[in-house]
Design a protein around this ligand. Structure first.
Ligand code: KDG
Ligand code: MG
Length: 405
């Protein structure tokens, strides 16, 4: 079997998605997600100009060898653009191999280790009543675990919370030209958050698993303090408490709190995790199939983390396409040290462009039994929704200094 075509499809059914479609001489095709939110076209060029020509004529069954060839053969290693491109190839090749076998991908990864994949959903509100409504809405949708994000008094726009329309602020449409600017004050945040979790626990009881994303904004000492102050509310996890490129910083956090920690959605390789995993400084590894070089290396990371009783928690926001989500759910079902899967779902239009076999019910996902990863791309519909430039927001402190978003 030989690869005869590798084409990149960019579509924007509400937000941008980059998909690699690999075709073989036997007519079997495979899909891979290469979406890098806000920097999509860099990956398109990497794939189209540099990777696709290398794939033509090669054997799609040689997944490990192709991965090593693309990773080591580029000389310039790691980084989100490179690893998103390699991820798309890796998942497309797994899709082809599983289709040829006539099996859903999870069967090739060792078969199901569980009946279904538990997820968490996002709740948010500018204030407590709005937040409570949002939590109730997620519970009504079936979610059994909830990520809680809240507005902070005095701040106009905060990560994870829909801000009120404001004529003085750029609108979503303006984001296509310049990033939306959010504001930030760490002291105000640290003062406010413990009271929010106290109120949520009082309202929803002790059993509901609650998560929170600090989105890379704290110093190790600030994160240690927050983790400690949240201990009475028994969080499922505190996510991305620091910008964890400085892995050693997590030693400070760990020394001071028993709040479980989840990190890694911006990491691309196992090297970003070495200290965190070996010193057991975290409890969940958060990388996405799409940004970590695919199923092949993420599986290796999970096996490595398993030795330290660290569990998986694959990143699953709306900017991971249904192709990336499908690959994640197959992996979730197969590995032993599964923790939880983030799942926000996609719009109806996105689900029409990417028809998928995975299903969500009662707060759980299942990858379905279709051969491969179980996603079909409607290329005509995709073409009807062309790329639209978009940026992630940026964050500024009260005095205008740029801060981590
Ligand atoms: O593109 C950036 C998003 O994927 C990220 O902000 C979402 O932090 C995130 C999460 O936990 O889903
Ligand atoms: Mg996050």
């Amino acid at each position: 079997m030989k690869i005869t075509d590798a084409k990149v499809v960019v579509t924007s059914p509400g937000r941008n998605f980059v998909t690699l479609k690999i075709t073989t001489d036997e007519g079997v095709t495979g899909l891979g997600d290469a979406t890098l939110n806000g920097r999509e076209l860099a990956v398109v060029s990497y794939l189209t100009d540099h990777v696709a020509p290398l794939l033509i004529g090669s054997d799609p069954h040689r997944i490990e060898d192709t991965w090593q060839f693309l990773y080591r053969g580029a000389y310039w290693r790691r980084g989100p653009v490179t690893m998103a491109a390699i991820a798309a190839v890796d998942v497309a090749l797994w899709d082809i191999k599983a289709k040829v076998a006539g099996l859903p991908l999870y069967q090739l990864l060792g078969g199901a280790s569980r009946e279904r994949v538990r997820t968490y959903g996002h709740a948010n509100g500018r204030d407590l009543p709005e937040l409570f409504d949002s939590i109730r809405a997620r519970l009504a949708e079936g979610y059994k675990s909830i990520r809680v994000q809240t507005g902070i008094p005095g701040l106009k726009a905060v990560y994870g919370v829909h801000s009120a329309p404001d004529a003085a602020n750029p609108t979503r449409l303006d984001q296509r030209v310049r990033p939306h600017v959010e504001d930030w004050d760490t002291d105000a945040y640290l003062r406010h958050i413990p009271g929010v979790f106290e109120a949520v626990r009082n309202e929803f009881g002790p059993e509901l698993p609650l998560l929170h994303d600090a989105h890379h904004r704290l110093t190790p000492l600030q994160a240690a303090r927050l983790g400690k102050e949240l201990e009475p509310y028994k969080l499922f996890w505190l996510e991305d408490c620091t910008p964890a490129e400085n892995q050693e910083g997590l030693r400070v956090v760990r020394r001071h709190t028993t709040t479980p920690l989840a990190i890694g959605e911006v990491f691309n390789t196992v090297f970003d995790y070495q200290t965190l995993v070996q010193e057991q400084l975290i409890d969940y590894v958060r990388s996405a199939v799409t940004h970590f070089g695919g199923v092949t290396p993420l599986r290796k990371l999970f096996d490595y983390a398993a030795q330290y009783q660290i569990r998986s928690a694959i990143h699953g926001p709306e900017d991971i396409s249904p192709v990336g989500m499908a690959a994640a759910v197959h992996l979730d079902l197969a590995i032993h040290n599964f923790g939880i899967q983030e799942y926000s779902g996609h719009t109806d239009l996105t689900n029409e462009v990417f028809r998928h076999a995975y299903t969500f019910s009662d707060g759980h996902l299942h990858p379905g039994e279709a051969p491969g990863i179980g996603v079909e791309l409607d290329e005509e519909l995709a073409a009807a929704h062309p790329y639209a430039q978009g940026y992630l927001p940026v964050n500024r402190l009260q005095d205008g200094t740029v801060h981590d978003w």
